[in-house]
Design a protein around this ligand. Structure first.
Ligand SMILES: [Zn+2]
Ligand SMILES: [Zn+2]
Length: 107
């Protein structure tokens, strides 16, 4: 399973606006499906800010070689490549347990 990080991020953001602080994968998938159904642009409108933010997210913080493409659930942090994230049990940013890791790609 894979999503663009933009769509994923936006879905998490919307769910949090709806009071769901740590959405599960089904909530997020449903939200992305809803965006597509309603024809809502999944990427945020503030392109400059978004590009800047995405650039900071791009390189894995552990190996600093691969692009980061592993999104932790339920906290939705995105700081590592899939190789480095493989054995991670706790998110290094927020110390939450990692229940699921979703592979992302730049769309
Ligand atoms: Zn890495
Ligand atoms: Zn986290």
């Amino acid at each position: 399973m894979g999503f663009t990080i933009e769509a994923f991020d936006n879905a998490v953001h919307r769910l949090r606006q709806n009071g769901i602080t740590f959405p599960n994968i089904e909530d997020i998938v449903n939200k992305i499906a809803q965006f597509e159904k309603e024809g809502i642009e999944a990427a945020p409108t503030d392109v400059y800010k978004e590009n800047k933010r995405l650039k900071g997210m791009l390189i894995c913080r552990i190996c600093k070689i691969n692009n980061s493409n592993a999104l932790f659930l339920p906290c939705a942090h995105h700081v590592m490549c899939f190789n480095c994230a493989h054995d991670v049990r706790k998110c290094p940013l927020c110390q939450r347990d990692v229940n699921d890791i979703v592979r992302t790609f730049m769309g």
